[in-house]
Design a protein around this ligand. Structure first.
Ligand code: PLP
Length: 428
């Protein structure tokens, strides 16, 4: 494949945008080389500035579950745009999408729309703190909840249970209120709660982790979290930015039959426009301004174009529930195919999958938390990534990311992909 124009555009971008990108993972730092500039996309395919066609397994990091330029979404946005793009005043469509979301997701009464997953998680934590009157939060190592200060925390040294900033600019004062736990380790969570009695407002978790590859919760782990939260007056926040409206109509809450206290959304809920949301019971949500004391706001929140895109997307998913079966079947077919060719080529690997989220780790041990995910062979991953790209298949440019499957993929596309894995595996 030729990437002449992409490389030239990247060189231009680097002059005026830090690192040439507006979000770091796009820069290919994890795999080397220069990023590909997209010209347009349709269905399961990306077309880059050099006119290469790539089968897309990232799908804008999740939102494009029904493929790129999905007609009902595009039509809805175009129609709305002609009537004005932002008012900063209430519109009927905000209530319509709220009603639909509340009807699709178990256990929520009210929802507030924001502009990103980061905003959703940041606001959910503030709400949990305001509601419980407590300051500390527990998050899990390797889970990502956006780039707000409270989440940019790594494990502290030695025996300390509180974290330290993992980015300059995050203060020690903020870091001391974020406690780091190991994913899938309920004893670790209990010990942290014990050491911080009556100080923890909430536990925030990706119910299926998708930011260290795809990591399923172990049997009983989420249930145990629910119980310890109940026993200790701690709110359980499910960050369903990736899993919401993807793993099932009602997301991970429905899939695992667990009730979270606050649920965060992003990605699919905006149909590819900048949307996030957080939702909970009447009691918790009415703690938000203007009814309650916890402040949260946004000039472009509930933006009409974003709401039109989201409403078109959710309507499609709501009316055609078989999409979830279809996409799961496609992902299972991909999973089986990749497993076979990697085994045939004796490539050491582990594949994790939940529904239409899947990741390939180049290590044979079980991958169930951040430490086990970090053991994967990154050199093999880099070769795999570039080999797949050369074959016309775009996977995430980082070993720590999940592949997001779109229902726009055909079985022929998946066979093409499996064939590409077979070719690339011979060179690993
Ligand atoms: N939460 C999860 C689970 C995510 O995967 C992401 C982004 O990838 C976020 C929150 C932050 O969302 P955004 O990038 O829209 O701010």
């Amino acid at each position: 494949m030729i990437y002449k124009r992409s490389s030239a555009l990247f060189a231009e971008a680097e002059k005026v945008i830090p690192g040439g990108v507006n979000s770091p993972v796009r820069a290919f730092k994890g795999v080397g080389g220069t990023p590909i500039f997209v010209k347009e996309a349709k269905g399961a395919y990306l077309f880059d500035e050099d006119d290469n066609r790539l089968i897309d397994y990232i799908n804008s990091w999740g939102p494009m579950i029904l493929g790129h330029a999905f007609k009902p979404v595009v039509d809805a946005v175009v129609e709305k745009a002609q009537k004005g793009t932002s008012f900063g005043m209430p519109t009927e469509i905000e209530t319509k999408i709220a009603e639909l979301a509340v009807s699709m997701v178990p256990n929520i009464d009210k929802i507030r729309f924001v502009n990103s997953g980061t905003e959703a998680c940041m606001s959910a934590v503030r709400l949990a703190r305001g509601f419980t009157g407590k300051d500390k939060i527990i998050k899990f190592a390797g889970c990502y909840h956006g780039h707000s200060d409270s989440f940019l925390i790594q494990a502290g040294s030695g025996a300390s249970t509180f974290g330290t900033p993992n980015s300059p600019g995050v203060t020690q004062g903020t870091a001391k209120d974020t406690l780091l736990a190991n994913y899938n380790d309920i004893e670790n969570v209990k010990a942290i709660i014990e050491a911080n009695k009556n100080e923890i407002a909430c536990i925030i978790i990706e119910p299926v982790a998708g930011n260290m590859g795809c990591i399923p919760p172990k049997e009983g782990f989420l249930q145990a979290l629910r119980s310890v939260c109940d026993q200790n007056n701690i709110l359980l926040i499910f960050d369903e930015v990736m899993t919401g409206f993807r793993l099932a109509k009602g997301g991970a809450q429905e899939l695992f039959d667990i009730k979270a206290d606050i649920v965060c959304f992003g990605k699919v809920i905006g149909g590819g426009l900048p949307v996030g949301a957080f939702a909970a019971s009447h009691e918790i949500m009415d703690y938000l301004a203007p009814v309650g004391p916890v402040y949260q706001a946004g000039t472009l929140s509930g933006n009409p174009l974003a709401m039109a895109a989201g409403l078109a997307m959710l309507t499609e998913l709501n009316n055609n529930g078989s999409i979830f079966d279809s996409i799961n079947e496609k992902t299972e077919y991909l999973h089986r195919g990749i497993t076979k060719v990697l085994n045939d080529n004796k490539v050491v690997h582990t594949i994790n999958r939940v529904g239409s989220m899947i990741s390939v780790h180049f290590d044979e041990a079980e991958v169930y938390d951040f430490n086990t995910a970090a053991k994967g062979n990154n050199d093999t991953f880099k070769k795999f990534f570039h080999g797949m790209l050369n074959e016309g298949v775009y996977i995430a440019p980082s070993a720590f990311e999940t592949w997001f499957i779109t229902d726009a993929l055909t079985f022929e596309d998946i066979d093409f992909t499996i064939n590409a894995v077979n070719k690339v595996a011979k060179s690993l």
